[in-house]
Design a protein around this ligand. Structure first.
Ligand SMILES: C[S@@+](CC[C@H](N)C(=O)[O-])C[C@H]1O[C@@H](n2cnc3c(N)ncnc32)[C@H](O)[C@@H]1O
Length: 615
């Protein structure tokens, strides 16, 4: 143990150090008498001020782990006060009590308090250079802590704050800051001119857990965690919950915005999954992408090590603008207004069913119905139409077993609860017979192709373009968007590289292969077949793909970066290699190996999702 002291009443030396094992006998004696003596005195006394003793995250007493940020050994403190040495706890509590009695600048002083709170904790690691540092985004308590001088740090923080404050020119204005659940805003409908939002992305930063210590010290409400939009396994908050809650928050933004006005959404992610999801959420909430010539970025001042060395992670924060359409302004998606005559309505609704089942084969009727209804501006119109008839015109019903466990179906019973009806597109619906939509897809693919060419021309070292760059381009430059998701569209036109990036067809033959696959609706076909297999649907013999077809599908999947699908087709698709020629058999084996290898590589790479934290 090392004590570093400063003599404040004129004694010499003014500044010094002494250790528990100091070679200087006198220093050792003083260390024992004064330094340890002081700590003993503190230990034996009771802190005469209030400080928080809350159980972390209000977890039950008998349960050691309190959240996903809990770690055995390094982050296993039980209560908030256990995160601090008694000495600093005392100093912080004394400061807080004085501040709470101060009327003038109380918020300002509390802000200063929060700025040094974690540095005053046992999380402050002692480094060889004598400087204390803490790891952000965790509750990591190092083996050797640096117990700071709370008063001195407070003084420094006050100085910094004052110099910052003197630079703020806006001292008074009609501002209202409110912190509440963004899913239920107490703001009138269509009354807001502009929204800027920086929502939490999935599980990257555990704001709720990491704020808890601050909130208890400030005596704020610490029971808001049910409302937190986050993925947190400890609190059973799944990705699905995140999606639902984000959807609620964005729907609320939509409600309060004036028609024609924008919401700017901050995005810190390169993850394909979330990009597509966010786009979906915004579209479902009713927003349309605002056309701008240029994307707006917020450059973060500091970069993570990853950001310096990898081209795959975010280098900047992207700001995407979405607009609440004005009445009568059609969104890119099919919009049912309820004013259509029966034929037009039927056509539009059938297209929705088709799109939805193309993307989600094997959905149940209620999900398909929800999809159609949710796209109607005026709900309740469905009753006037025969949904069953509509559904049957595009899809067929297949009874699939309800599984008791992963491998075991439910016993048949009289109520029929051992079976569930799923819907798959009819064979005839797998190829797109919609000229306008086909043309839209062609134009989009052409623009993306030109972008790929241009990008690769400017970056000759790159084999392909990362999905996030394509997506960025797509949302801004492809104005008349096809109804399919970009993730579904890309494999129909382009190829993936070994790195998982996208490239143009490299030869006339490759180009033809894609055209052919499109004409036969290969992407939808494979998706439908795999869903049927996974859901245990009965597939009539004439609809089963032949071995040669399966081999062709596996090749398609490999080339389109659909490795999971390729692997599944080979392993579970019912392929009988003996029925193939030797050459095809070798090819299909090789395609399968590529899929499996790419999947293994993806799995071993860290999950690229959400914002990365520093340090
Ligand atoms: C990405 S952070 C925003 C960071 C902020 N822009 C900044 O630079 O400091 C997302 C924030 O959303 C908050 N949040 C989570 N669920 C919420 C909800 N239901 N309503 C409002 N905010 C929520 C999180 O606690 C977190 O503070």
């Amino acid at each position: 143990m090392l004590a570093s002291y400063l003599c404040e009443n004129g004694c010499t030396p003014k500044r010094g150090e002494r250790r528990h094992n100091d070679p200087d006998e006198k220093k050792r004696e003083y260390f024992e008498k004064y330094d340890l003596g002081k700590i003993r005195e503190i230990k034996e006394s009771e802190i005469p001020y209030w400080y928080p003793k809350d159980r972390m995250m209000h977890a039950p007493e008998e349960q050691e782990c309190w959240g996903v940020k809990w770690r055995a050994g390094t982050s296993n403190f039980r209560t908030v006060d256990e995160l601090f040495t008694k000495r600093n706890l005392w100093a912080l509590a004394a400061y807080l009590e004085t501040t709470n009695k101060t009327e003038l600048f109380q918020d300002f002083l509390l802000f200063v308090f929060t700025s040094i709170l974690f540095k005053s904790s046992r999380m402050m690691a002692h480094n060889k250079d004598g400087i204390g540092r803490i790891q952000k985004g965790t509750y990591y308590i190092p083996q050797i802590s640096h117990d700071i001088h709370v008063g001195k740090f407070m003084q420094e923080a006050l100085g910094d704050m004052l110099s910052g404050y003197s630079q703020i020119t806006l001292k008074k204005s009609n501002l209202l800051i409110s912190s509440s659940d963004s899913r239920v805003l107490r703001i009138p409908t269509s009354s807001v001119d502009y929204i800027f939002t920086d929502p939490p992305y999935a599980d990257t930063v555990q704001y709720g857990e990491l704020n808890f210590v601050w909130e208890t010290w400030l005596d704020l409400d610490t029971n808001w965690h049910d409302d937190e939009i986050i993925v947190n396994a400890f609190r059973d908050k799944t990705e699905k919950d995140w999606e639902t809650m984000m959807m609620q928050a964005m729907t609320e933004c939509y409600r309060v915005l004036k028609p024609g006005r924008c919401v700017s959404l901050c995005y810190h992610d390169t993850s394909e999954g979330t990009w597509a999801l966010v786009q979906d959420i915004m579209a479902q909430a009713g927003f349309i992408v605002e056309k701008t010539d240029q994307a707006v970025y917020i450059n973060s001042a500091t970069k993570t090590t990853n950001q310096y060395f990898s081209d795959k992670v975010t280098k900047r924060d992207l700001v995407i603008n979405f607009r609440k359409p004005k009445p009568g302004e059609a969104a890119a998606a099919i919009l049912l207004t309820g004013d259509e005559d029966k034929t037009t309505f039927g056509e539009k609704a059938r297209r929705i069913v088709r799109d939805y089942l193309g993307a989600h084969p094997g959905s149940t009727k209620d999900r398909i119905y929800d999809e159609v209804v949710s796209r109607m501006v005026r709900k309740g119109q469905m009753e006037a139409h025969n949904f069953d008839e509509l559904l049957r015109s595009a899809a067929e019903e297949v009874k699939t077993p309800v599984m008791k466990t992963l491998f075991e179906p439910e016993e048949p019973n009289l109520f029929g609860t051992h079976e569930i009806s799923r819907w798959y597109l009819k064979e005839t619906e797998l190829v797109l017979h919609d000229d306008a939509e086909n043309a839209r897809e062609e134009v989009a693919a052409e623009k993306i192709g030109a972008f790929l060419k241009d990008f690769l021309g400017k970056n000759p070292g790159d084999e392909g373009v990362h999905y996030s760059n394509l997506f960025e381009f797509y949302i801004y430059a492809v104005t008349d968007k096809p109804r399919r998701q970009l993730t579904d569209l890309l494999p129909d036109y382009f190829y993936t590289t070994e790195k998982g990036t996208w490239r143009l067809p490299a030869s006339e033959e490759e180009e033809r292969a894609k055209r052919d696959a499109r004409a036969r609706g290969l992407g939808r076909r494979v998706k439908r077949y795999l869903a049927q297999l996974a859901q245990g649907a009965f597939i009539p013999e004439q609809e089963r793909p032949s071995d040669a077809t399966l081999a062709e599908w596996i090749r398609h999947c490999k080339r389109a970066g659909l490795y999971e699908q390729g692997k599944l087709l080979f392993e579970k698709g019912g392929l009988n290699p003996d029925a193939l020629s030797e050459e095809t058999m070798v090819d299909v084996e090789e395609d399968y190996q590529v899929c499996a290898r790419m999947l293994a590589r993806e799995a071993s790479e860290p999950k690229r999702r959400g914002r990365r934290t520093e340090e």
